[in-house]
Write a protein that binds this ligand. Structure first.
Ligand code: ZN
Length: 419
């Protein structure tokens, strides 16, 4: 008979409630209290210290690496074996909620407390970690800490990235005293599991709390800078304008049409930044900057979508006599998670009496980076309000969170006893 652990749901919820006070702000749009904890800000630093405090209270050995990722280790019987790793992130977007990333980290810490309460010994070390700048909002590259750990982004490059005030990742790591000395290319784990809110409506629609994640779709972030020519709004004939704003707006519309066309499969396109500089009512805009976020569960269709959009922009540029510059901000291919860990998660959920479904992730996660160095998978937890996230309306019930972390705990326990 397999040993079954149950985490302490009240204690998990208390930790989630405590951490959401750090970086809390009043959100005007929703009238709710949200969380604004951008990476390596004072709020992030305070949340990091709180998590480190909890790790130490749970008796974990804490280490910080050179990109500021933090790990807490619970020793196993054979310390020469690769550990089993849980983790996620505690940074948020500017209009964040209390669960995105945080559930996986505080859930992991709760797993450690539960193991302690049960007096459980494991063969392998178990670690819980949180990764720097997962959201990419401040320094422009998402999954930064885990990508450095996986070797996709060199440490030197990452440390030199700047925020909009010109502060570097290194400056900020030093300032908040999270410039650790552990090597960022950490010892390779035996396996990695990330518990995370779904951030979508599929689980709630299926009436289940638990999703076993099959993989993460491809993500492409680009910045498009369009340079036209300022001109008088009253005297410049329509035909002789070089209207950067018009070109930018046309790109927004095309991005949506590509999604609606069905030609690019399950493509999702979003223009989340749209900037005409210091606009003037009576002047044709001379410059426009926008970002384009594309997502697809198929790499070939992603390539087709990027090519289609680039050709359209070329054609617009020629027609309106504007210059365009593309900047690649980020690009990740489709990542498929380890099938045996997916199966182990599904079996664990079943043993706990929790129905689950298999899903693809629409959002990027640290797990897709860590999947490059060891077998990895994710547990999704259902959200309410259609699974909205990156807004203070983000909410998963105590029961759903508890169920997800129960799956995490028992899967980790099984992996930690694998010879
Ligand atoms: Zn997240």
């Amino acid at each position: 008979m397999t040993r079954i652990l149950r985490i302490n749901r009240d204690r998990l919820w208390a930790s989630l409630t405590e951490l959401k006070q750090i970086g809390a702000y009043d959100d005007e749009a929703t009238g709710l209290r949200g969380v604004r904890r951008l990476a390596l800000t004072d709020a992030d630093a305070e949340a990091r210290r709180r998590c480190v405090g909890w790790m130490l209270e749970a008796g974990l050995e804490v280490r910080i690496d050179r990109i500021g990722n933090v790990y807490g280790t619970r020793p196993g019987r054979d310390r020469s074996l690769p550990c089993v790793l849980m983790g996620s992130h505690i940074d948020t977007v500017a209009t964040g909620g209390a669960f995105d990333g945080t559930l996986g980290v505080l859930g992991g810490i709760e797993v450690m407390r539960t193991l302690n309460d049960a007096g459980a010994e494991t063969l392998r070390d178990i670690e819980v970690g949180f990764f720097t700048e997962e959201e990419g909002v401040r320094f422009g590259t998402d999954m930064l800490g885990s990508a450095v750990t996986a070797g996709r982004i060199p440490l030197d490059h990452a440390l030199k990235l700047t925020d909009q005030d010109g502060k570097t990742v290194l400056d900020e790591l030093v300032r908040i005293a999270f410039d650790g000395d552990a090597h960022e290319r950490r010892p390779i784990p035996h396996a990695y599991i990330e518990c995370h809110i779904e951030q979508g409506p599929i689980l709630a629609g299926a009436g289940v709390d638990i999703g076993i994640v099959e993989g993460v779709q491809s993500i492409s972030w680009q910045r498009l800078i369009i340079r036209g020519e300022a001109a008088h709004a009253g005297t410049t004939p329509i035909a002789s304008r070089h209207d950067a704003g018009l070109v930018a707006a046309s790109v927004v519309v095309m991005a949506r049409q590509m999604c609606d066309s069905g030609e690019f499969g399950q493509l999702r396109a979003t223009v989340g930044n749209f900037d005409l500089g210091v606009g003037q009512t009576n002047v044709v805009p001379h410059q426009a900057t926008l970002t384009i976020d594309l997502r697809s569960p198929a790499d070939d269709l992603m390539t087709a979508a990027e090519q289609h959009l680039a050709a359209y922009v070329d054609e617009l540029a020629a027609r309106h006599g504007v210059d365009v510059t593309w900047e690649r901000m980020a690009k990740t291919a489709v990542v498929l998670f380890d099938p045996s860990i997916q199966d182990l998660l599904a079996a664990t959920a079943e043993d706990l009496g929790l129905p689950s479904v298999r899903v693809m992730s629409g959002a990027g996660h640290d797990a897709q980076e860590i999947a490059a160095i060891c077998p990895a998978a994710m547990v999704f937890v259902a959200g309410e309000n259609g699974g909205v996230s990156h807004t203070p309306r983000e909410y998963s019930s105590p029961e759903a969170c508890g169920n997800g972390v129960d799956v995490l705990a028992n899967a980790i326990l099984r992996l930690a006893d694998q010879a």
